[in-house]
Design a protein around this ligand. Sequence first.
Ligand code: SIN
Length: 447
Amino acid sequence: MIKKHMGMCNKMNTHPHNKDFVQTTSFGTFGDKYVIVMVALPARGKSHIARKLAWYLQFVHGADAKVFNLGDYRRDYYPNASVDMFDPNNEKGVKMRENCAERAMEDMKVYLKQNHSKGVVALFDATNSTKARRQWIFDNVSKKAKVIFIESIINNPSIERENIMSKLENSDYQGKEVHEALADFQQRVNFYKSVYEPIDDEHQVWIKVFNAGAKIILNNIRGYLLGKIATYVSCLRINKQRIYLTRHGQSEYNCDNRIGGDSGLTNNGMVYAQQLADFVEEKGLAKPEIKARLWTSTLRRTAETIQFFPSNIVQGWQVLRPKIWPCLDEIHAGVLDGLTYEQIEKHFPNEFALRKADKVSYRYPGGESYLDLIRRLEPVFLEIESSNVPIIIVAHNAVLRIIYSYLKQIPRQEAVRLEFRLNCLREIEPRTQTCSAKMFCLDEDCN
Ligand code: SIN
C-alpha cells in the first residue's frame, strides 16, 4: 500500500525536494557576523554575561562565538601593572590600555575574517566606558559585522558588593590581603567612574541590563537572533544555587536494555527512589525556607522516582511540589522505541550505522535527534539561568547529558557520549567562571 502510494507520488513529484531530509536545527547566525560590545564599570558582571552568551550561541544555536577579554590582554602584556594604569590622567597608563585594546581588536578582526559557514559572533569584553572608545570599536568593525552593545548597570549595593568580592578571586589579586585587594579594586572602579558615559545613542543597537536582569531596556533590537540574545541576557543572574541532576531509578525497560518506552520502576528502582528521598532530606533541600524546586518529565519512571520525597505544606508552600515538564522527556526513538541496540543493529543496520557516524545530528525515524533535544531543552536552560534557588531535576540519560553539558560548557560532540549512570546524582555548583560538579553514588553497587 505504501509502495503503491510512493510510486504514484514519484510520478507526480516532478520537482523533488533534493536537500537532506533532516534539518539540523542548528542554524548558527544564518551566515551573519555579529560583534557584541560589552559596556560596564568593573565588577558589573559583564564578563559573566559575555562568557555565558557566547556559550549559549554556540551550544544552542550552533554559532561560532568567541570572547575577546581585554583584562586577559592586559594581564598578558603588562602582568605587573599597578592600579595607576587605570588613572585616566596617567598618559602612560592610557597608552598601555589603548595598546591592549588595539591588540584585542586585531585578533577579533582576524577571527571575523575566518571562514565561518554558519556565521559568527565575536564578543569584545571590556569596560568600553567612554563614547570615544565605543565609536572607535564601531568604526573598526561595523563594515564587517552587525554591532550590538550590551551595558550592564548595577546600582544595587548588595549585588555590587558580591560582584566585587568575586573579583578578588581573580589572578590580579593572588597572594594579596583581602583589605589590600579591595582598596586597590575600589580605586580602579573609581578611575573608571570618573570618565564613565552611559549608552544613550538612539541610532545604535543596544541592550541595557540593570541589576542582573531586574530591568532591561532594548533599543533597535529586531529579528530572531537579537530577540534571543535579549531574552537570554534578561534571564542571567549572577549568584546561583546548586543544581542536582539524576536519572530515574532503574526501570523495567532498563532491565531489558530496551530504549524509550514508558515503563515503571523495578524493585531496584524503588530502592533508589527511597535513597534519593533520604539524600534530599539530608541535604536540607526539603526545608521550606530553602524553596528548592523539583522538576520531572511526564514519564512514569520519573514520577515513581520522586514518590517518597517529602511534600508537606508549610504556610501554603508545598515543599518540593513537582513541576512536570514535557521537554524533560527522554529523546524520542520514533519507530525504534522499545527496541534494544542489538535489535536495532540486527534489524535496522542502516539506522545503526547512521547513528554511529553522527550521534549529534542523527534523528531516529519518526523521532528526535540530539540537536532536536537541545532545541527542546532551551526553556529549561532559561529557567535554570533565571532561578536563584536549588533545583533537583529527575530525568533521563540523553536529556541529562545535554543539561549537564550546557552547564559545564562541554561541546555537543562530547555531550552525546557522556556516561550518566543509574543510581548516581550530580551536584552542580555554579561559580564565577564555570561550574564545579560532584558525583554522589547512592547505590554502592553502581561503581
Ligand atoms: C582590564 O584591564 O582589566 C580591563 C580593561 C578595560 O576593560 O578597560
